[in-house]
Every structure is written in C-alpha cells, then in structure tokens.
Design a protein around this ligand. Structure first.
Ligand SMILES: Cc1ncc(COP(=O)(O)O)c(C=O)c1O
Length: 439
C-alpha cells in the first residue's frame, strides 16, 4: 500500500491523517502493538465500524473481514440479535457487581456445552483467565512449575511470556520480566510427546500443570499431530499433573464444546475468552469441581469488579443461542470452500505456499526460498525456519487493496464468522488470486 492511495485506487488518506494524529498521543499510534507499525506499513487502516462480515475504514472503504477482532467476533459485526440483547440489557444499567441470575443461567449453559465443566468462573480477558488459571493449578497442586510450549501464547503475564516470539524462541518475550518470574516455567517444543514425558520425569513432584493451546493459533494455524492431545492427557495422568487447555481461540469456534469436543480430549481446566464474548470482554475458567472449587472463598485468590458483567452476559446468552449445530456445520463448509479455493489459487500462480486450517481458523504460510519443499509447519521451530513473514505481510497489504482485511502478521491467523457466506468466500479467493499475482 502506498501513502494515501492503493494501487487499485482505494484512497486511505483519512487513515494516514489519523495515524499522524494518533502517534502524537498514543504509543505507536495504537493501543496494542499488533495493531500498529509492527505489522501495518506505512500506517494501520483506521476502522470506523462493521456490518455482518464486513469492516469499514475511515475513508468508507469496505473490506471482507477475516481478522474479526482477533477472532472475538464469532457472529461478525453488529449482529442484530446481539445488538438488541445489548440494548435491552443496558436499559437496566451497566453493572451490578453483585450475585445475579444471568451469571447462573450462562454458567448453567456453559456446563452443558463444555466437556468436564462442573464449575465456571467468569473473568474479562483471556490474559486474566490465564493468570487466574496459573494461580489455580499451582494452588490446587501445591507445586510451582508449569510446562508450556514454544510458540504458544497465554496472555502477557510474566510467567507465560517466554518462547512466544518467532524470532527469538529461546528468549523472554518482553523487557521488564525478572528471571525469578520464569524460574518455574519449562518451555518445550510442541507436537513431541517424548519431550513432555522426559520433562515430567526429570521434574517429578514439582510440576503443577501442562498448559497447551489445542491448536496453535499464535504461529499461524498448526494442528495437533494425530493422537498428540490424547498423549498429553495420558502423560498428565501418569505423572499426576493437571492438563490445562487454553481454548481462548478455539472455544466456541471449533465446536460447541471447543477443542475438547472436536479432538475428544478432556482437560482438568479450560480457559476461554475471545468468541465467548462475541466482541465484548468476557472470559471464563471452567473445569471439574475438584479443581475449580479451590477458588472458593478466595483460597486461590481471583477477584474482579467487572467479572460476570450482566449486560455483557446478556449478549453472551444470545450468542450461545446462535451457535447452533447448523451454524457450526455452515462454518465448516465455508472454511473448506475457502481453503480449497486458496490452495487452487496458490497452485495456479505456482507460489511456494501452504494453507493450514482447523475448521474456520486458517493461515497461509509463504515458504522461504530454501524451504520450498516443506509440506507442513508442525511447530514453532518450523515456523521460524521456513515461513517468509515479509512476503505474507506484502500479501496482506495487497489483499487490503482487493477489499479483504486480515492481520498482516503471519504469526496470527484468519477466521470466518457464522455470518459469512459462500459468496464472501468467493470474494476472498478472487482477491487472493490478484494479491498472489502481485507478490
Ligand atoms: C491462546 C490465547 N490465550 C490467551 C490469549 C489472551 O487473550 P486476551 O487478548 O483476551 O487477553 C490469547 C490472545 O490472543 C490467546 O490467543
């Protein structure tokens, strides 16, 4: 994208001007690094709103939205039923911060949907739910260590901010994290059960939990190897440690019961965010009473003024109603259509690129020149070695010109919403063909 205007004539001058203003008062001109100059060059598109499967920028350009609030907008933008639920609930005020019937009702539904969930605790963001989960697994077991995996992201809390940066997998993710905060975090490669078994044997009696994303979603989309999640379950049982599955991305997206249902695996603790709130900050922890009840009375401390905000839970209740078996089936169908269309477009232009997906989560991996014979990206080291991230960035910016919006970071991924249609998918494939020809 060139300054002010794109190669196909879309003007983005309002975004350029807004970015000039923004960078004077907001760090990086944005409110989270992934939205700013780290990923968008020369400036991010400033968005004003969305409608269904589309997002609209400050110049009035419309884009088919595959970013969808980093996966939170499971029903797209401004779904009329969610808007009506929000309006109706907000007439009664913004917040109670008391016991309320709606939190009981939504929790009852969640226990019916989520395998193994006897108790629910609401929080506000995925990061917060993961921070509470971290304390909970340590509190329940009385042990300090956790096993996490390279390339997995569980929010930005100190103890899990390591091994997530594709350029520096052996490093801490951020300045400002004392070594002591990571002393009990063991980072292992994913999709290698032998390494987990060895670590658990080496640190017998010290490990509280294994935490995993069930599908890697913070290095593109990397599915678990066949039987890998079941192996983690077996190893956790054999070594008497908890298995915490972080479904912040996969929950309410891969199936009604999330990745646990899709892959037939059972966790001791599950964390949710993103799609649970359908665009609003609602997150949750869920699990069997034997684990979750350690939160009772604040024995394992987790507070929150905004927990279980009744106005937002009214939206969640409506959103869960929309997540019917038919909605999941439709999502799967259009995802298959999109993946097939993208693969065909890639083959037609002869690009060295792979498309990986699990249901409606997908990513295109452009392969580095020395890696063109690679047939799959299986873990974070593969991603770091083989993926041409700059090429993906150029592709994403070329797609903006074609009226398709997605994150230009190859480490993130695209998703489809329940409101997207086969015609939308055709539009994306058409745009991708043009963008591929340009990069
Ligand atoms: C797997 C996973 N866990 C936790 C989080 C943190 O969620 P939030 O951004 O709502 O704090 C994310 C965010 O991308 C995530 O992908």
């Amino acid at each position: 994208m060139t300054e002010g205007a794109t190669s196909v004539g879309r003007s983005t001058t309002q975004s350029a001007e807004l970015f000039e203003r923004a960078r004077r008062v907001l760090v990086d001109g944005v409110s989270s690094p992934s939205r700013g100059p780290l990923n968008f060059r020369p400036y991010p598109l400033f968005m004003t709103g969305g409608e269904g499967g589309e997002i609209v920028d400050a110049d009035g350009n419309r884009y088919l939205d595959l970013m969808l609030g980093f996966g939170a907008l499971v029903h797209g933008h401004a779904h009329p039923r969610l808007v009506a639920a929000l309006r109706e609930a907000s007439d009664r005020g913004a917040l109670l911060a008391t016991a309320s019937e709606i939190e009981v009702e939504v929790a009852e539904r969640l226990t019916r949907m989520i395998p193994g969930a006897e108790r629910i605790r609401f929080a506000n963001t995925g990061t917060e739910a993961c921070m509470a989960a971290l304390r909970l697994v340590r509190g329940v077991t009385g042990r300090p260590k956790i096993v996490k995996f390279e390339g997995h992201y569980h929010g930005w809390a100190d103890a899990v901010s390591v091994g997530s940066n594709p350029g520096a997998l052996d490093d801490v993710d951020s300045l400002g994290i004392p070594e002591t905060a990571l002393a009990d975090t063991i980072v292992l490669p994913w999709n290698d059960a032998g390494r987990v078994e060895a670590a658990l044997a080496e640190h017998a009696g010290e490990i509280a939990a294994i935490v995993t994303e069930p599908v890697m979603a913070n290095m593109g989309v990397i599915p678990p190897a066949d039987g890998y999640l079941a192996e983690l379950r077996r190893i956790a049982d054999e070594h008497d440690v908890l298995l915490w599955i972080d479904e912040t991305v996969t929950g309410f997206r891969l199936a009604a019961g999330g990745a646990q249902e899709r892959f037939g695996v059972r966790a001791d603790l599950v964390t949710f965010g993103k799609a649970l709130g359908a665009g609003f900050p609602v997150a949750a922890l869920a699990g069997p009473a034997a684990v979750m009840d350690a939160l009772a009375g604040g024995r394992v401390l987790h507070y929150g003024t905004q927990n279980a905000n009744p106005t937002l839970l009214a939206v969640v209740r409506e959103s869960l109603d929309l997540l019917t078996p038919a909605a999941f089936a439709r999502l799967e169908r259009i995802a298959e259509q999109l993946v097939a269309g993208l693969r065909e477009a890639i083959a037609d232009v002869g690009a060295a690129a792979l498309v990986q997906n699990v249901g409606p989560m997908l990513q295109i991996f452009f392969l580095a020149p020395s890696s063109e014979d690679i047939d799959a990206i299986r873990d974070a080291r593969d991603f770091s070695r083989h993926v041409d991230r700059e090429r993906f960035r150029a592709f994403a910016h070329a797609l903006f010109d074609e009226g398709v919006y997605l994150s230009p970071s190859a480490a993130l991924h695209s998703v489809l919403a329940t409101v997207h249609t086969p015609t939308d998918v055709e539009r994306v494939v058409h745009g991708a063909r043009a963008a591929l020809a340009r990069v």
